[in-house]
Design a protein around this ligand. Structure first.
Ligand SMILES: [Zn+2]
Length: 489
């Protein structure tokens, strides 16, 4: 393929999905896609990165059922109101109507918290830190886009319960840290985690914090979110403990949802180039493709040597010897489109020299490497590729952050593909009218105040970046928050 990623992102993305075989869109229910092995292998890798982070932060895995009883679903009023328009219901079994209907879970709270109410009695039952890997269903009414917006999607949800609000806040910061380790550290995808405005928080939460990355078309994509639930759900579901004075107390909760499909989409979009995908070394299903350069008569000799290299490297990398009956040119192109980080080419002349050619996907550079040195050469080249991808992604991301003092200046910069910081009257509930006015005129969305950057340790529950004497870009009244604005997926 050869499509200008920045000039025509939508075509680029649709083509990538086809040529790299990431998913098949021909499944016959709208909004549901078949995820193909090349994508699923990297998605599994993302899950592994998160498993390690969950382990590090003392979370335990569990499995909760897919169906949620309607009675449980309705317990937290704001939550149910927020999700009901998108819920798929199970109403029949065989040819009989069920007496009660069950929701296919759009998110886990209503299924998990009635169980937590049974599990939490005393202080010794806290904290609970449990996560689940799986998928949920939301009957989206907006246009669907593969891996970005679907009616069924893969994710992780962690549901934590604490005795005190300060532990819950600390958990939100820890959740942000996990996002930094995986989404930025492992995949090289930069983001800002915002505290969302009050009118745009998770249904039933006190506060929502969400990580937005910037796609090549200048729109932001939310890739993970974490929520301070306060005591709304513990009161609705009766999650309470008896404190040291023998008094009943409602627990404080958080929930965290890294959107695995979206994280994958962001990785594909941020690192790909006009010729195809470029997969960071750590996340690549195949890290090194070995292409034998065969000529009539030398096949046995070259394949034997290539096979030896495959065996030698298999202990330190995910390696594939490509023995398909295709030309080397076809194979080069095929692995390039799929974004395999490193390629080894080996032919008769290389064997005579005791060397092989090592080609690097992002730079296109080729070098001769002694066969005995391949192990150390690929480890080094893989790490360098990952570092290069991350550093150029970070540079682009930071370059596309800007500021504006008026709505027109803001709109112009958003049109250039930027995320723009503006003075805004407030991000409390009253600011909603100002946000609506901006959206109607410039089709942009308030992302919120900065909670933390991908490359920063600091988390700000209350932004210290306050405007002084500036005017809200929407209504012209004195501003009391600096918020970022962008177009969103
Ligand atoms: Zn305003």
């Amino acid at each position: 393929m050869n499509i200008d990623k920045y000039g025509n992102f939508s075509d680029w993305y649709n083509e990538i999905i086809k040529v790299a075989e990431l998913c098949d869109l021909r499944y016959n229910i709208k909004g549901f896609i078949v995820i193909m092995p090349w994508a699923m292998k990297s998605i599994d890798q993302i899950y592994k990165f998160y498993d390690a982070e969950m382990e590090r932060t003392s979370h335990l895995p569990a499995f909760f059922p897919s169906l949620i009883h309607e009675k449980s679903f309705g317990a937290e009023k704001e939550h149910v109101a927020g999700f009901v328009p998108e819920v798929l219901w199970v109403t029949e079994a065989g040819d009989k109507k069920l007496e009660e209907r069950y929701a296919l879970k759009p998110t886990g709270e209503a299924g998990i918290y009635p169980m937590y109410a049974l599990w939490v009695n005393g202080l010794s039952d806290l904290p609970i830190k449990i996560y689940q890997k799986g998928w949920v269903w939301r009957h989206e009414t907006k246009a669907t886009k593969p891996f970005i917006r679907g009616r069924e999607f893969l994710w992780i949800e962690a549901h934590d319960v604490f005795a005190t609000p300060s532990e819950a806040s600390a958990q939100v910061a820890e959740d942000a840290g996990m996002a930094k380790t995986v989404i930025w550290g492992k995949l090289g995808v930069p983001f800002i985690m915002f505290r969302r405005p009050q009118w745009d928080k998770f249904a039933g939460a006190d506060n929502t914090f969400a990580a937005d990355t910037l796609m090549p078309d200048g729109k932001v994509l939310q890739v993970a979110s974490t929520h301070l639930l306060g005591q709304h759900f513990s009161k609705a579901y009766g999650i309470k403990y008896t404190d040291a004075k023998n008094e009943p107390q409602f627990a404080w909760q958080t929930c965290y949802g890294p959107g695995v499909n979206r994280i994958y989409a962001a990785m594909v979009a941020v690192h790909g180039d006009n010729r195809g995908m470029v997969v960071p070394y750590d996340a690549a299903p195949i890290q090194v493709a070995i292409i034998p350069i065969l000529r009539k008569g030398n096949e046995g000799k070259v394949l034997a040597e290539a096979g030896k290299i495959e065996t030698a490297l298999s202990g330190i990398a995910r390696v594939k010897l490509d023995t398909r009956d295709q030309s080397p040119g076809f194979k080069f192109n095929d692995w390039e489109q799929r974004g395999v980080p490193l390629r080894i080419e080996i032919g008769e002349r290389d064997i005579a020299n005791g060397s092989a050619v090592l080609a690097v996907r992002d730079t296109g550079k080729k070098e001769n490497v002694k066969i005995a040195d391949l192990n150390s050469a690929i480890t080094k080249a893989g790490a360098e590729l990952g570092a290069r991808l991350a550093s150029s992604a970070s540079e682009r991301f930071l370059k596309n952050l800007d500021t504006a003092k008026s709505a027109d200046e803001m709109a112009r910069k958003i049109d250039e593909g930027k995320m723009v910081k503006v003075p805004f009257c407030t991000d409390a509930k009253e600011g909603e009218a100002c946000a609506k006015a901006l959206k109607e005129k410039h089709s942009c969305d308030i992302r919120g105040t900065v909670f933390t950057f991908f490359n920063s340790e600091k988390c700000e529950f209350e932004s210290s970046d306050k405007p002084h004497g500036e005017k809200c870009v929407s209504c012209g009244k004195p501003a009391n928050a600096h918020v970022y604005v962008a177009r969103q997926y």
